[in-house]
Design a protein around this ligand. Sequence first.
Ligand SMILES: NC(=O)c1ccc[n+]([C@@H]2O[C@H](COP(=O)([O-])OP(=O)(O)OC[C@H]3O[C@@H](n4cnc5c(N)ncnc54)[C@H](OP(=O)(O)O)[C@@H]3O)[C@@H](O)[C@H]2O)c1
Length: 348
Amino acid sequence: MPVRVGIFGYGTIGKRVADAVLKFSDEFELVGVVKPTPDYEAEIAVSKGIKVYTYSDKLKDFEKLGIPVAGTAEELLDKVDVVIDATPGKVGKEMKEKYYAPRGKPAIFQGGEKADVADVSFNALANYDRAVGAKYIRVVSCNTTGICRLLASFLLHGLKIRKVRVYLVRRGADPKEHKRGPINDVVPDPVTVPSHHGPDVKTVIPEINIVTMAVAVPVTLMHLHMVNIEFETNVTREDIIRMLEETPRIMLVPTGKRMDSIAQLIEWARDIGRYRNDIMENCIFEGSITVVDGNDVYLSMAIHQESIVIPENIDALRAMFKLADKWTSIEKTDKVLGLITSGKKYKF
Ligand SMILES: NC(=O)c1ccc[n+]([C@@H]2O[C@H](COP(=O)([O-])OP(=O)(O)OC[C@H]3O[C@@H](n4cnc5c(N)ncnc54)[C@H](OP(=O)(O)O)[C@@H]3O)[C@@H](O)[C@H]2O)c1
């Protein structure tokens, strides 16, 4: 019998996770989603055949707009084996205390929650096995997911990392967030060092020596990371490219084909017919990969914040219910969701 899934929150992440869960109907059944506000997003969910639930004090609001509701949040909880929480940052912790834990429901949280909301902070490539059988899992944020995948690529290939420095240019808002900025600014975000991303990577890869700094800019398309990794031993540019090519969920963006910016990457995603122009892979600009002094590696990578964590949510479900081992899970997720890597089959 498929694992019955309920999703709390149907925004940027929740709606993408819902669409992804529907693609794995042999393993998971999407019982419904919870949304407090009746709006076009709720209406689209209904039009896709997704059952929408809400809180009892919101039922009337839905009724007024003629958006059908399948029941209350509590009723959804009674029908599911697991919750995927995609509510705004920090709300998930409240939801856990008020709704999920009292009913004994396991839950998968997102990166806007603090690490202590869950038993394990998760990235499939870096620490799938730690999440096997866990009751509460936190899929780390978009930026942390991107950094963890990159570092996991080198660690899985047996390289020893001395230190990592990442400078993040963060998108100011998601495309739909019409009230957020900055509009005309570059904002140290945060002004203090490190930004939360480095410590967050350590919740997944504890031994790593990493410092991150971030600024937010007036862009909604993707984040851009400028990465510097110092290895214990010498590597060549060709070694780095080969390792990245062999790693799932990492895409090398060729130089010379006018795919040298995040706008061009998003246009590429549109042109090849990616739904919502989602890019679930880390996009590493091949031309940026440079080795200095034998062991000091530099590269730039773009991260599509709206979609990069979707594969990890599917893998987290499988790990929680012990449905597959790490590589079987990653391979199936990527095949069904249509991710591409640089084409070489990985073998670790
Ligand atoms: N967007 C990103 O770039 C990104 C990337 C990776 C991870 N994350 C993380 O993913 C999580 C969700 O972020 P998001 O960007 O998807 O947020 P979002 O677009 O603002 O969506 C949040 C959703 O949660 C719903 N919601 C609010 N309070 C709720 C409650 N008490 N119960 C049930 N649903 C509730 C909202 O419904 P209404 O619209 O009806 O109010 C909305 O559908 C956060 O932890 C965030 O940090 C976000």
